[in-house]
Design a protein around this ligand. Sequence first.
Ligand code: PRP
Length: 205
Amino acid sequence: MINVALPKGRLGEKAYEVLAQAGYECPAILEKNRKLTFENPAKGVRYFWVKPSDVSIYVERGAADVGIAGKDILLEYQPDVYELLDLKMGCCRMCVAGREDLYVDPEKALRVATKFPHIAAKYYESKSREIDIIKLNGSIELAPILGLSDVIVDIVETGKTLAENHLAPLETIVDISARFISNKVSYKFKHRQIVEMCQAIEKNL
Ligand code: PRP
């Protein structure tokens, strides 16, 4: 049995469709209920829904053999897993955003609000810019509006959230997409099954 961690939400549903097309369907998963695990023994697969930012934890610790995680999560938490495939879905970019007329005294630390403190710290370190990180857990766009921060480092997909809050993307840090990842021990001991799954997914990308 291969245990697959799917990110709860739209990306997870899309990822499941790709897996189903690849021959790993599990019809029970489409039932509207609150169950978190689903299996199809005939196909040798068990799925579970986890919070998107937790997928890499389940996979890193072997509770899941494989999973689908955003590159943003992999860059932020640097889990010790194999990144096997770029699924080319859930595409967006990690950006610095703020007011278009932003002026910040270069002598002062730039106040950066974000859910991604590691990505933000590395980015500004590469630019030798001193920053003050304000770690938030959601609705990041509020921070520059209320003067809590000068800029934000966040995911931009359509750009709608920024535009509707009178903010603009100022710099792109990195392009993001969903990745198919594997636990390192599982990759050794379930090698054939995981490689077959990878190849079947790749054919449908
Ligand atoms: C993400 C991100 C932005 C929004 C960007 O938030 O943090 O707020 O999506 O999407 P857009 O460019 O298409 O408008 P998410 O939906 O994950 O919720 P959160 O604010 O609670 O993190």
